[in-house]
Write a protein that binds this ligand. Structure first.
Ligand SMILES: [Mn+2]
Length: 457
């Protein structure tokens, strides 16, 4: 937790932005694994972490913008609880650690909210993603659960996103710290997989990652992707078979610090230590695109432009390999390159690995002047607007050969004027390559977070 002044100042700024009404900030609940008292590892809601900081389940904060009063509600441990969990801080102590004056039992929440509803005061909340919180909020507000989304406060979402997307120096230090652990994890995979005598499997490498982040009291920011099928973006499976020399191991992994900031890093690693000439050709295009992003990202530039600049490097590279043909401008405009690069160039990074995704990316990553594209590939860009100093993002170009997609587009004769399908289909067993680092936008450009990890093989 940061100092209590940090949270008090953030709430003061939030109140100034919201101007009137009641702000509801429900903390997350511990989610049952197979029965109520056997739960998944608890993860606090990121907006709650940002404004309150307290890392405990079943808390609920209310900020009365009109009176300025702040409340934290929760239950104190009963003597029975203490037998099982030991002594834990009281809600009053938790409130004090966040600079909040008022604390109380959860039964008080309904009184405050029902009074505000009666007085027709504006009640600001963000549509929850945990079903238990949705049920609780719907009950408290006296509305149907299906009405929660349409009644959520865009004013609150905009205010929260505006604050969270620009990182404070102490936040950047935390992201640096978790990016560093992520880099150590990635270095471990590189050392393991490039060893010609490597006997490890995707599963055993994943197991090694857990040891690295868990001994620091960290966790993962998303389930690790360690796969020789890099063309499947979120490959949930991991093989127990020994890694085959000559294959490409794609490792997209991230640690989450004990302060809950995320790291997110990818390396595409030649198993056994050396790429084939064909793999190296594709790898070098991705590496070039990544360098271009490092050189292009700066305050004032839009992330959409950065994406399109990277797409241009990838298009030129694929033209050189004979996989694409025709005018680069047209290939970019029509989106034909997205057969090989169907995702965005990167995303905001912070307390969430896709930062603030639950606020709705269109609510802060796009606006009326820059609506989200409907084009295949480009529609997956999660943030398109201007870059500002102290924003943290990922830089992650990739090239993939997805047999299903190549066959489908070929059958549809989609972009047949730009794509050499016969040649592309000879890459059907290639897999995919992505290279990803975390960056912070500086006064004049950007710098890498954590530490440099080998990417020349
Ligand atoms: Mn990423």
């Amino acid at each position: 937790m940061f100092s209590k002044e940090t949270y008090a100042i953030r709430r003061k700024i939030l109140k100034e932005k919201i101007q009137n009404g009641l702000i509801l900030l429900p903390g997350n609940k511990a989610m049952p694994f197979n029965y109520g008292s056997n739960t998944f590892p608890f993860r606090q809601d990121s907006t709650f972490i940002y404004y309150i900081g307290v890392d405990q389940p079943d808390l609920f904060a209310i900020i009365d913008v009109d009176s300025g009063e702040e409340y934290l509600f929760g239950s104190n441990a009963t003597p029975d609880d203490i037998i099982w969990t030991g002594l834990t801080p009281t809600v009053e102590q938790l409130a004090q650690s966040s600079g909040i004056t008022h604390s109380g039992e959860p039964s008080n929440i309904a009184d405050i909210i029902s009074q505000a509803v009666k007085q027709k005061r504006k009640i600001h909340y963000i549509n929850p993603y945990q079903p238990q919180i949705s049920l609780m909020l719907a009950n408290l507000l006296g509305i149907n659960v299906n009405q929660l989304a349409q009644n959520q406060s865009l004013a609150l979402i905009h205010a929260v996103a505006e604050m969270r997307k620009i990182k404070e120096p102490q936040e950047i230090a935390e992201i640096d710290r978790t990016a560093r652990t992520t880099a150590i994890m990635e270095q471990f995979i590189i050392d393991t997989a490039t060893d010609p005598a490597c006997r490890e499997s995707e599963k055993s490498i994943r197991a090694g990652l857990y040891r690295i982040f868990m001994k620091e009291g960290f966790f993962y920011s998303f389930p690790p992707i360690v796969t020789t099928h890099g063309e499947i973006f979120h490959q949930p499976e991991a093989s127990k078979e020994r890694l085959k020399p000559g294959s490409i191991l794609l490792a997209d992994i991230g640690a989450e610090s004990d302060s809950h900031y995320a790291g997110d890093m990818t390396r595409s690693i030649p198993v056994g230590g050396k790429f084939t000439p064909q793999q190296k050709d594709v790898y070098d295009i991705v590496l070039n695109a990544q360098k271009t992003v490092f050189n292009t990202a700066h305050p004032g530039e839009t992330w959409l432009n950065v994406h399109l600049t990277a797409a241009r490097v990838i298009t030129e590279g694929l033209k050189n390999l004979g996989l694409l043909t025709g005018s680069t401008d047209d290939i970019i405009k029509e989106g034909a390159y997205a057969l090989f690069f169907p995702h965005g160039i990167g995303h905001l990074l912070g307390l969430d690995v896709h930062d603030m995704e639950n606020l709705g990316e269109d609510n802060f990553g796009y606006n009326q002047n820059t609506p989200r594209s409907t084009q295949f590939g480009l529609c997956n860009l999660r943030y398109a607007l201007e870059l500002k100093e102290n924003m943290t993002l990922t830089n992650e170009p990739g090239i993939y050969f997805i047999p299903y997609l190549m066959e489908k587009w070929k059958a549809e004769k989609r972009f047949a004027e730009f794509i050499n399908y016969d040649k592309a289909l000879t890459y059907s067993n290639f897999g995919g390559i992505r290279i990803e680092d975390d960056i912070v936008i500086t006064q004049s450009g950007c710098r890498i977070l954590g530490m440099e990890v080998k990417k020349e093989f």
